[in-house]
Write a protein that binds this ligand. Structure first.
Ligand SMILES: C[S@@+](CC[C@H](N)C(=O)[O-])C[C@H]1O[C@@H](n2cnc3c(N)ncnc32)[C@H](O)[C@@H]1O
Length: 507
């Protein structure tokens, strides 16, 4: 193997061809290795792997090798406490052997793989050379130039493992990519793969044509079977798969409805489950408050039905929406019923699933971040606080015949935060009633326009001054009113300031 460069770069060398490695107080410039690695998964079950080094990094590598079923020999003069613990746990089963020595070539006698994780550059280099002479794959931690293999970042959904590597060029990029993949792959994928493994032979036996088998698995792994496993209904999933296997002729697909909360506006507040169901739905029925950015995240070819209800413009009566969901599901479709915020908070989600349940349509409910949580967090107004509010109450402030019908004595209590949905038109009545029922007119109160979006605006004032301030500000719905001492904290805690809206602008 070619020895790494240990001298500083010459003026003519390109900096990207070198990188610096640190060993304690020393640092070296190493020539970068410009090769493409072959991605493989290695079977090291019951084979001997050597780890040189007794520190925490070595401990992590040992744990990884043991997880893959290897027998591991650790070579190091001393061990850190983590390795000593592993040794106590594993040595009884003969899985982990400790050699309290400095590394020499004999340690590699029956090794199939070696990892050098010492803090001594010269030792690591010797290990690399010895392993290369014996054609044993070697990894030197943080030193790609001395490696014949590198370890990828992994997303572990055992038995499914996704490996990510930048070929040793950018560990940070690899980590970022891995984090993205973590969010995209449900944790239940491991169980899904394990069940697929259980049924594999039977499916092979049942469908002799590979193409037919492939179509069967595509349908199973993207359809109700996978969905039931993700929802934790494992027994039902297996029963479904048994049934599908028994009935060679495909039955008409049964539809279902996903009642999904899309959160208050910022697409990043969607849940993983919401994201996944959005990708697999056959049709979407969505509300007015679902933001365009969120609709953009649907599959492009998914048909969309607008069922938005606007004040004085009831686009589709609730009964028609309920019936529509039943009809679409009966056509065998997977229907995504997408609602702003949380479907069970002033969202009539309960009524919709009552109708589905009454008609025997399978459904599941995915909670979303409700406007109160989203808008309050982004406005820097904690809804409860040890010093200011021990309870929080959500109400709707619908104006009907010039009045708002609420239990005022129950609302006008000290140390309580009141969040009012749909309170913009009735704001004056609301503030007056709260004062009339005992809250001081100096009680802090705020209104949040389009919380969590780039158009968020927060006006923070008092019960007495908020209505006039709001009227002058020409806010654009949706808006949310928050009343209580916690509003005082907005000026100090407002962290989300899109389009130059600074905290306390209104005061
Ligand atoms: C019919 S309710 C639906 C509530 C929704 N299910 C939820 O959990 O947030 C609609 C009201 O929620 C409030 N709202 C929804 N999104 C909002 C946002 N981004 N900012 C402020 N208020 C919002 C407004 O008061 C709006 O009139």
């Amino acid at each position: 193997m070619q020895a790494p460069m240990l001298q500083p770069c010459s003026r003519r060398s390109k900096p990207e061809e070198y990188f610096r490695v640190k060993y304690g107080k020393d640092s070296f410039l190493i020539q970068a290795k410009k090769v493409n690695f072959l991605p493989i998964f290695l079977d090291i079950h019951d084979r001997n792997c050597v780890v040189a080094g007794g520190g925490e990094v070595a401990a992590r590598k040992v744990a990884m090798l043991l997880r893959a079923g290897a027998r591991v020999t650790v070579v190091a003069p001393r061990l850190c406490s983590e390795l000593l613990e592993q040794l106590n746990e594993q040595s009884r089963e003969g899985k982990l052997v400790y050699r309290a020595e400095t590394f020499h070539g004999d340690h590699l006698a029956d090794a199939v793989l070696v990892i050098a994780a010492t803090d001594d550059f010269a030792v690591n280099q010797r290990i690399s050379e010895a392993a290369n002479r014996l054609r044993i794959p070697v990894n030197v931690v943080d030193n790609p130039a001395l490696c014949s293999f590198i370890m990828p970042s992994i997303v572990d959904r055992t038995p499914v493992v996704v490996a990510v590597s930048s070929g040793g060029t950018s560990p940070v990029l690899t980590r970022l990519l891995r984090a993205r993949l973590e969010t995209m792959i449900p944790t239940a994928y491991g169980r899904l793969a394990a069940y697929a493994g259980e049924f594999r032979d039977r499916v092979k036996h049942r469908f002799s044509q590979p193409a037919k088998r492939r179509r069967f698995w595509e349908r199973v792994l993207q359809g109700p079977f996978a969905e039931m496993v993700f929802a934790g209904k494992d027994q039902a999933a297996k029963a479904w798969l048994e049934h599908e296997l028994e009935n060679e002729t495909e039955e008409p697909v049964k539809g279902e409805v996903y009642l999904v909360g899309a959160g208050p506006g910022d697409p990043e507040l969607l849940t993983f489950r919401a994201m996944r169901l959005m990708q697999q739905a056959d049709v979407v029925v969505y509300d007015r408050l679902v933001s365009p950015e969120i609709l953009d995240m649907l599959r492009r070819d998914t048909p969309r039905i607008y069922a938005g209800k606007e004040r004085n413009r009831h686009t589709m009566p609730q009964e028609s929406i309920n019936d529509l969901l039943v009809r679409l599901a009966r056509e065998g479709k997977r229907v995504l019923r997408l609602k702003g915020g949380d479907p069970f908070i002033f969202g009539r989600g309960g009524e919709e699933i009552e109708t589905l349940s009454g008609n025997g349509i399978p459904f599941e409910v995915v909670p979303g971040i409700t406007a109160a949580n989203g808008a309050a967090s982004y406005a820097g107004i904690p809804l409860t606080h040890r010093d200011y509010a021990q309870s929080c109450i959500f109400v709707t402030g619908h104006l009907k015949d010039g009045s708002v019908d609420l239990d005022w004595p129950m609302l006008a209590r000290p140390k309580q935060t009141i969040v009012v949905y749909m309170g913009l038109l009735g704001l004056t009545v609301l503030c007056k009633q709260l004062i009339a029922h005992g809250l001081p007119n100096t009680t802090p109160a705020a209104i949040v326009q389009q919380g969590t979006t780039r158009k968020q605006r927060v006006l923070a004032a008092t019960l007495e001054t908020l209505p006039d301030l709001t009227a002058a500000a020409h806010l654009v719905p949706p808006t949310l009113v928050i009343v209580g001492e916690v509003v005082k904290l907005h000026r100090k805690l407002a962290w989300f300031q899109p389009e130059g809206n600074l905290p306390g602008d209104a005061e």
